[in-house]
Design a protein around this ligand. Sequence first.
Ligand SMILES: Cc1ncc(COP(=O)(O)O)c(C=O)c1O
Length: 403
Amino acid sequence: MECESGTSHVVAVQWSAPLYEIAAGLDGSAPLGRSGRGMRAMSNSIKPQPGIDQIVLYKGGESHLDGFDKVLKLSSNENPFGPPEAARQALIETAGALHRYPSTDHADLRRAIAEVHDLDTTRIICGAGSDEILMFLCQAYAAPGLEVIYTKHGFAMYRILALGAGATPVVVAERDRVVDVDAILAAVTGATRLVFVTNPGNPTGTMIGTDDLARLARDLPDNVLLVIDGAYAEFAQDYDGGASLVDARENVVMTRTFSKLYGLGGLRVGWAYGPTHVIDTLNRLRGPFNLGVSQLATAEAAMRDRTSADFYRTENARLRAWLAEALADLEISSDPSFANYVLARFKDQTEAEACEIALRHDGILVRKVAGYGFPEGLRITIGTEADCARVVASIRRFREGAR
Ligand SMILES: Cc1ncc(COP(=O)(O)O)c(C=O)c1O
């Protein structure tokens, strides 16, 4: 629906339902025409909170390519094998229970997470993707006049969620595509309340070690909360995602997701582990029914299926090493990745863009990451063995100028 005042797309989308209802008289009032008095007054005087009009909509990885029935989608860091069988079964079994409201405390899912990760069940919160928990964190701890720090190549949602809370996003440089703890500490002011660190980084795939994270947590002022975003933590070997740091401190939260290793991006389930005071605060913001019956049961089954999780992790590590080496053979550099993607760095932006187009011609989608500060880069999700072979063959043809 288009607003008469030429209001931005975001606002028009958010208003479409109530405007429609009023225009059609569904609220019991007489229908208004498009030029009705009420409508014009609303669009001129109702304004969102400051900061919201600066938000640029998040753009997810593409899924479709004209001319292809089936594309090879390596643009969204999804699990190439799909959801584990146990999760599919659990989802089907919930069909008969959809008339029931879900549990409000997510006790079974939290227990499964706690048992697998050896965590305190009472300090876990579950959300509609880890995105929702990141949003709760900004709602709870950021506000106009306060600052939210994240690093140059950090996840795009940090800016969106900081602005959504009216806060000021503060971007800190990384060093050689790795989070720089000293630069973060130097950027902290009296207004800082949140620091987001993605570990492993997206789209870099690089990591900072547990000692660096501990130093950051220790040296931040007491009123600053460190959020360790572990969306890809499962892909890094011998890394607890920051859980032990959470246990040791009062100013650290770890966020995790079922969207990547567990192959449930379409289901929307994430979780966080934090100090009691933080989890208590976030629970006050959480809608009581934020996760449905199917989400809860499916995620629980996926978490308890350790055989599948181990298989996904091992295959990812094997194929990630293979892909990085194949790229190196083609003289395309990449940093050692600890996640389920590799950031391929080309000679320059022109070459990266040309390669991306060549891949499209072969029915392959990868992620352009200029918006993350890498105009010369393409982020390639680790697929199956056949997927990896296919993307490398396509890049090789491009490199050899065979088209
Ligand atoms: C770094 C990072 N954090 C958080 C998320 C959000 O994941 P979800 O909301 O699917 O749990 C993503 C998704 O791509 C991500 O890359």
